[in-house]
Ligand binder design. Structure first.
Ligand SMILES: Nc1ncnc2c1ncn2[C@@H]1O[C@H](COP(=O)(O)OP(=O)(O)OP(=O)(O)O)[C@@H](O)[C@H]1O
Ligand SMILES: [Mg+2]
Length: 225
């Protein structure tokens, strides 16, 4: 369970500040699928980054299973993120000159997993996203949908409990986007991975168990399916 309490995030300093989050309270249960919806600039990515421990709040707290992220030091936070959270972004953030296998196995290298085990695990996640045949391709030589599937494979590599997806179909045509969305929801349903997805697309938002509408860094309302 993720519990967000009175979360504030202010960017900038001195006279030039901007309150991107203005007191967000939110609970997300294990296995839930949640859409975060709102206009450009409303604070969706900021909320996602703070919830996912990629950024720190100005005040308020984010707790996982009752543990406040603020109590972790940088090393503990990295470990927590690696072991629990997968990310999928609108931009793919793949290393262009590395092949698919190398892009995905990086988190395992960091963990010190042996070459044999890395190989096995990478093939497993590539199979889940139906990309085994492209493991030797350079990231630059893939289509947009294939790149996003590699990103999902990379997000899955450490068996995360939660996937945060920020506009995962933003750079894809609608057919390819549908494939990616179906894949994310399949992981949510079959592996019970909590799915938190920022989207402008009503159809995607409606597929989620719950929609959270954000305006000016505040929650306007929750809508259950
Ligand atoms: N590093 C930063 N410094 C200053 N202001 C920032 C910074 N990052 C974001 N902001 C501001 O905070 C507000 C919320 O930004 P955020 O990226 O969370 O919006 P968003 O809802 O994700 O928008 P979009 O749909 O366009 O991605 C915006 O007004 C933005 O300009
Ligand atoms: Mg955003």
């Amino acid at each position: 369970m993720i519990q967000v309490t009175d979360l504030h995030k202010t960017y900038g300093n001195k006279k030039n500040t901007y309150d991107a989050l203005n007191g967000i309270n939110l609970t997300i249960n294990d296995g839930e699928s949640v859409a975060i919806v709102g206009k450009s600039g409303s604070g969706k990515s900021t909320l996602m980054h703070v919830m996912a421990a990629l950024d720190t709040p100005t005040s308020g707290s984010v707790q996982y299973e009752g543990k406040n992220l603020a109590n972790y030091n940088a090393r503990e936070l990295n470990k927590f993120r690696n072991e629990n959270i997968g990310f999928v972004f609108q931009q793919f953030f793949l290393k262009p000159n590395q092949n698919v296998f190398e892009n995905i196995s990086l988190p395992l290298m960091i963990k010190g997993i042996s070459a044999n085990q890395r190989h096995e695990r990478v093939l497993q996640v590539l199979k889940e996203v139906d990309m085994e045949d492209k493991k030797k391709n350079k990231a630059t030589d893939l289509s947009g949908g294939q790149k996003q599937r590699v990103c999902i494979a990379r997000a899955l590599i450490n068996n995360p409990k939660i996937i945060f997806a920020d506009e995962p179909t933003g750079n894809l045509d609608s057919t390819t986007g549908k494939t990616i969305i179906d894949l994310l929801f399949k992981l949510n349903k079959e592996k019970h991975i909590t799915l938190i997805i920022v989207t402008h697309d009503d159809d995607i938002a409606k597929m989620c168990d719950r929609r959270i509408y954000i305006q000016d860094g505040k929650i306007l309302n929750h809508e259950n399916t």
